[in-house]
Design a protein around this ligand. Sequence first.
Ligand code: ATP
Ligand code: MG
Length: 722
Amino acid sequence: MDVSSLLDGLNDKQREAVAAPQSSMLVLAGAGSGKTRVLTHRIAWLMQVEQQSPYSILAVTFTNKAAAEMRERVEKVAGTNMGRMWIGTFHGLAHRLLRTHFQDAGLPQSFQILDSDDQVRLIKRILKSLNLDEKQYPPRQAQGYINGKKDQGLRPKHIDAGGFPLEQNLLKIYQVYQESCDRAGLVDFAEILLRAHELWLNKPHLLAHYQDRFKHILVDEFQDTNAIQYAWIRVLAGQTANVMIVGDDDQSIYGWRGAQVENLHRFLKDFPTATTIRLEQNYRSKGNILKASNALIANNPERMGKELWTDEADGDPISLYCAFNEMDEARFIVGRINDWHEKGGNLGDCAILYRSNAQSRVLEEALLHKGLAYRIYGGLRFFERQEIKDAMGYLRLINNKDDDAAFERVVNTPPRGIGDRTLDILRTTARQHELTLWQASVRLLDEKVLAGRAANSVRGFMDLIMTLREDTQDMVLYRMADTVIQASGLKAMYEAEKGEKAHARIENLEELVTAARTFEMPEELEDMGELNGFLSHAALEAGEGQADAFTDAVQLMTLHSAKGLEFTMVFMAGVEEGIFPSKMALEEGDRLDEERRLCYVGMTRAMEKLYITYAESRRIYGREDYARPSRFIKEIPPEYVDEIRLKAQVSTPMANNRFSAPKSAATNDTGFNVGQRVNHPKFGEGKVTNFEGSGAQGRVQVSFTDFGSKWLVVAYARLEAL
Ligand code: ATP
Ligand code: MG
């Protein structure tokens, strides 16, 4: 391949970066300006033109997916196979290093990686051995403490806990935890980076070897590196390597996880010869999308300052849709995607982005209803998530105590001291006598085969289920769900854990209450009972399975997972105060800027078309909120926005169809208006949200305060206007 073709498809500034003499460089530029492209071409340039061996190049990306893509792109540009080249994530590369030099790293050859859940389990055991109470030292909090220290490069011996007993105990936990890991040959994720860093510091001959080898270090998404990652790169680079980092301070969105955007400044200090190249042309987005994004991010103080422009036409304005509620929002989004699909567009070119995972549920339901394939990127479907399956396990046992799968799932979740041995006895008895696990438990308790602590724990569990069964008998479905989540201890278990993941789990559990509240029995199942109907509904949804990698499917993901990606059509859903920016960010003032950067990341994913949607009322996390549109919407100048508001939401519900498309031009003679408050003899007070049909067939949709949304035939409903 000749030199010029490596520079084809690049603008002057990009060429300057790609073809720069060997040196250190910061490419600082906004979204979609070709940073990743420059990095890729630079690697190819180094090999083809500068005749550098792939062996001398180290490239770091943010995700494994990005690493695979980068490898593929480099291979395409360079026209050779990059098999053994070091391209990967920080964790991936550090892991490779530890495998190669396990002895120098003080690890057994067979060392294994401890994932986050294993880590928590180990911490729990340690708490027990130290006689520390899990309530006072929630395992996830201890985990956060340990990982946080490691991210800062700190071993127990570096930490001074001062005279604070809490801190002293956390330190003790860290110490004992580390000893256990070392004995067992286990390394957690933070340890991988820390050890790789220590390897540089403790083994000068190794460091010298790699410094000699890696003459070129390239890092993408540099704004989201943390302290230990930065230190690792800096030590490796030493005095001689050429380090090229690309990044965008406006897209730093992992501050909550310890990323330090200051690393950009630090880099310029630590590598004083580095030149800074700014790219200002955006190739991704149409004019209106770009100008709107620029205007939004201009509201942040303390930016390194960049302007982005595009040659592209303005394109469509951003469409802003104000929905009645979350179901209307989902229906709107899915309607647009369906139109696009019917006109021959690929589903895979559409992405729906949201702030928190719990928001996916309503969108998933709407997509399933329309029969559109979808994939959740970097996560599970709602009804497949661990905490949801746990809660459903309790509901299933209440519904049918002989449901063995549910029994197995929740008998010791949250932990109540029922160990594997006890479970084995139950299983064996059940098998031998052809009993269900529940029946086997009854029998073993009666016969006193189970005794002591084990018997007490099993009995406690069975009592809990029986009590729940009685207590929830006359409850409406959502109260039942709520009661179960609380009384089972599931919610408390996650509340004690703290941390982002636990928080998301609680949000999901609360969202399950909303799912129950808005659940409508399909007419054909009316006589099977609401709980049973709901359980089947959930099982079916979970059973649909993720669209496989080859199916053309709509992409659903959180805004965080969307970093670095691009799509023809992007929907940002739930853009409301309290959701985005999130409640937590609103409470802690300094996080608002990071939320705004996240909004910037979201908007700049769109190439052709961007939709922003919000709902006037939303049932989420188990409650109904009347939210205001996000401040971010107001920060977008109106000239780039087109507000779509379908006035009377007139729709044709098929049986149990909450997502049917709105039909315009129908008249309303139901005697009720959208927004009107009404009273129903059984469901109580509510608000009319929709209507359809006329005369004796006329139906209205009412959102009841206690019973969720229901379609009612006016002629029979005995609705009273308030
Ligand atoms: P982000 O900040 O979102 O990671 P980025 O700066 O890394 O964005 P890229 O993903 O490299 O941007 O590029 C954005 C899009 O623009 C890609 O589709 C890329 O192929 C295209 N692109 C980049 N440079 C050029 C160019 N000079 N001519 C045409 N297209 C380009
Ligand atoms: Mg990029």
